[in-house]
Design a protein around this ligand. Structure first.
Ligand code: AMP
Length: 485
């Protein structure tokens, strides 16, 4: 889910990656949704919302902040009545975290109420929004998700599923959706399956969620991944599946494995932790260096560093300790605070660094802020040499499908070659896994002509058209209303 107002040429904020959850047929639907969202907290920490349905009415609670802060009171959960619920964790910039943008969105239609939660990003959102506004649609938020709501409202079809199909045939981009009517839970994955969505079961009820870790927390059993291009409809009659889109090759986001998904999740039959270790091992094969210790940049670099250390036969140690009470770096909105954020977040464990030749392993370099700070910190703790190893190829292109990377010019790898990047971050050496090496970690021989993943952030090969980006400048703002939290 992306704020449309953010798709501006001069915008450098990080937005979306969100987490979605839905459950149908459980007397504690809202409480389970809160737990599911808690397990998906890493996918969005700015705001959370739950909408439940009791067969007649819908009940909603949406609020800025963490799930635990907003959904731990019995009073809040008690008000979210009904045996069906959906929830959403939002990851966005502070400036746009206004109440009206917090999901799930809800609207009253001719056919009844519908709540919707979206993980992903639409790439023709602005073009569609402009056309809808010209037709007289009045937008209440600046999120691209609301476009789907309007397209459903004006569809000439009668059933909600047909209206959704009609709407989704007009949108381009990446979307994993959960939607709720007063009688059904609906889940959808875009035709390429860029974002994950899984189906589970709990005591006769069905669950939909972004990652399997949200099934584990409530003791639900994993059934299967929702297929790319599949719509699952769950109601009192059970579950049915519709595949209304023309078949296209699958392109799951490879960055889910590298960074975003939780390591204890299994995405499309592959355990994220095991994949990260494999990537680390491949990285060691490709970029070996004489060293005394392998140190991860916690937490995201840990599994790859374990794989690296095992493959290279170099001892592994936690030479950097992370303070867990600070959010992910990118959530901080300004450059100045991002800088500060890194210092707040990590500290050197000097005893394991002093006089050592250190291999530092992290999952990615985006702007280079983290690496620069960490390398200086490790040197400051007395390391003799610092060799930075990155378990992804250089991030040289922005993502338009839901992992909001900065404008391309701000990506370190778009400005410098690897040698210059090493100098910039102050490392004795810097190496990235190659794109073929990355695919080898998945058991492939390399990246072939029909890659199974979306790796646009590394390759620039965008599998879904970038209609808005290529269509000229976006307006400076989409709404004239400024809101206070
Ligand atoms: P940077 O400091 O700008 O180079 O960002 C790289 C660090 O941010 C790495 O430690 C990653 O674990 C983390 N990271 C990479 N991509 C993202 C993202 N899209 N959102 C939040 N954190 C990220």
């Amino acid at each position: 889910m992306r704020e449309l107002s953010s798709i501006q040429p001069d915008d450098d904020h990080f937005h979306d990656e969100c987490g979605v959850f839905g459950i149908c047929g459980h007397e504690d639907a809202a409480a389970h949704t809160a737990l599911g969202l808690h397990a998906l907290q890493h996918r969005g920490q700015e705001a959370a919302g739950i909408v439940s349905a009791d067969g007649v009415h819908f009940h909603s609670h949406r609020s800025a902040g963490l799930v635990g802060d907003n959904f731990s009171s019995e009073e809040v959960i008690g008000r979210l009545q009904g045996s069906m619920a959906i929830g959403h964790n939002r990851y966005s910039t502070a400036g746009e975290t206004v109440a009206r943008n917090i999901q799930p969105l809800f609207a009253d239609f001719e056919f009844g109420g519908l709540a919707i939660g979206h993980n992903g990003n639409l790439t023709n959102a602005y073009s569609l929004r402009r056309a809808l506004v010209e037709r007289g649609c009045i937008f209440q938020s600046t999120t691209d998700t609301e476009i789907i709501v309007h397209l459903i409202a004006i569809s000439g079809y009668s059933t909600v599923v047909d209206r959704m199909i009609d709407a989704l045939r007009q949108v381009e981009g990446a979307y994993s959706l959960v939607a709720l009517t007063n009688s059904a839970l609906i889940g959808v994955r875009d035709p390429m399956g860029v974002r994950p969505l899984v189906l589970g079961r709990l005591e006769g009820s069905y669950v939909l969620c972004s990652e399997t870790c949200a099934l584990d927390i409530i003791g639900a059993e994993f059934v299967r991944d929702v297929d790319p291009g599949e719509i699952v409809v769950i109601d009192g009659d059970g579950i049915r599946s519709v595949k209304p889109f023309s078949k296209t090759p699958q392109r799951l986001c490879i960055f889910e494995y590298i960074y975003f998904a939780r390591p204890d999740s299994t995405v499309e039959n592959r355990n994220v932790y095991e994949i990260r270790k494999e990537i680390g091992a491949e990285l060691a094969r490709e970029t070996s260096v004489e060293a005394d210790v392998v140190v991860p940049v916690p937490d995201s670099g840990v599994p790859a560093a374990i794989g690296y250390a095992q493959q290279a036969g170099i001892p592994f140690d936690l030479g950097i300790i992370r303070n867990h009470y600070v959010g992910r770096t990118f959530i901080e909105p300004t450059h100045q605070i991002r800088h500060l954020g890194v210092r707040l977040k990590h500290n050197a464990n000097a005893g394991h660094l002093k006089d050592k030749r250190v291999v530092l392993v992290d999952d990615s370099i985006v702007r280079g802020t983290t690496s620069e700070k960490i390398v200086a910190m490790v040197r400051g703790a007395g390391a003799r040499e610092v060799h930075m190893r990155i378990s992804s190829p250089p991030t040289s292109h922005s993502c338009f499908y839901g992992i909001d990377t900065p404008q391309q010019e701000e990506l370190l790898a778009a400005q410098y070659d690897v040698e210059a990047m090493a100098k910039h971050i102050g490392a004795d050496s810097l190496s990235f896994i190659s794109i073929d090496g990355l695919y080898r970690a998945f058991g492939e021989t390399g990246r072939n002509d029909t890659p199974q993943f979306c790796d646009a952030c590394f390759s620039g090969d965008y599998p879904i058209p970038l209609t808005d980006r290529d269509g000229g400048p976006m307006p400076a703002q989409l709404s004239l209303l400024t809101e206070q939290e």
